[in-house]
Design a protein around this ligand. Sequence first.
Ligand code: NAD
Length: 416
Amino acid sequence: MLEESHIYFHKAADVMGLSSKLCDVLLAPYRVVKAEIITEGDDGKLKQHFGFRVQHNRARGPMKGGLRFHPTVDEAEATALANLMTWKTAVVDVPFGGAKGGINCDPAELSESELHNITRTFVGQIKEVIGPTLDIPAPDVNTNAKVMGWIMDEYSRFEGFSPGVVTGKPVHLFGSEGREEATGRGVMLVLEAVLKEQKKSLSDVTVALQGFGNVGSFAARLMAGKGATIVAVGDHMGGVSNSEGLDVGQLVQWVGEHRTVHGFPGGEAFESAEVLTWDADILIPAALGDVLTKDNAADVRASIVVEAANAPTTPEADEIFHQRGITVIPDILANAGGVTVSYFEWVQNIQQFRWDLDRIHRELEKYMAKAYRSVADVARKRHVDLRTAAFVLAIERVGEAAMSRRLFSETADLTR
Ligand code: NAD
């Protein structure tokens, strides 16, 4: 994954004519923390885990990114994802840099009190390098609002009341209205903006989605609410289709009870992977990375791919889409609604003032529309695809901030 994000970065750097030295400087993380986490399990035995926090770039503000609990968490993965966060926060123009981290534990094998202990111990070890003005973690794979509440509490034990140290907190504990649906709403808003340029609206299109979790289900609900026809949804267990349009409300209810779309009576069943090549105008991968590859890209039938998941398209598939004239709305733009509302949460925490849901929706719409316009402008000016344009825009913003702060002087001429 690190190499892939670097390929996209370098494509943009070539368009900009950046020196290789400057590329090295912009790609390298600012700080990498690895901490040994020793805790006692419920059985009284010692447990050893490792926690990572990679802080990639601080030029545009405090660093921001998720914290995940997964056995495969390591420095390389956290570095690649921290890198993406730097470009994502710059594309939507929220005043943050990029970070990412996690603990290499398997939550399925741990009790809640063991997880709680591990989380607090990790916070104790990284408390000097995180904070509302330094680095602000958020939920990610296998972490949630509850875990963010623990982090806020543990950090506040050392530093005093600090709700702004994490985002994605429960709404009753200084979280923000609208955070849960923010990524899916952002996906819908960006797609709407792209369709508008093509003189279409959501009510003109059919949509196939891979993944019906947080992002996929909210995106589907909001798109259907605006008249889109959701014709196919696939998840880890199977798929369900209906050419007349699935009843998304009922599907959400079914998944709430059965944890999968498989078996939903309001459509016909199909093999999960087929969703990627479904006959629909829009394809939204909203599950895993690396699902659109050189092996299936030629068979994709949608004319627009919206990357709701992180890194769902390999560079080979991206090239095939480009040649076939398929528009790809890149992850660093398409799924940036989440980090944007995280920014709103942080702002509310700093101000000690609550925004209502209406205001969150209005502000998110403004941010996503502006981000899309800026990316589309760069694409037009530079004659590049939206992904390359998003990277160009982000690199320019990060580079300019770094130069103005004199974080490094090598950038004397960014576009040389
Ligand atoms: P989630 O865990 O809520 O849902 C994941 C979905 O993917 C589920 O429907 C699951 O069944 C499906 N899935 C898992 N394995 C699959 C497989 N092998 N084949 C098909 N489907 C499979 O996760 P989420 O929060 O909705 O995140 C989805 C993606 O969006 C991830 O790539 C995540 O990194 C990215 N993302 C999420 C957010 C956010 O705010 N939640 C923000 C930015 C990016």
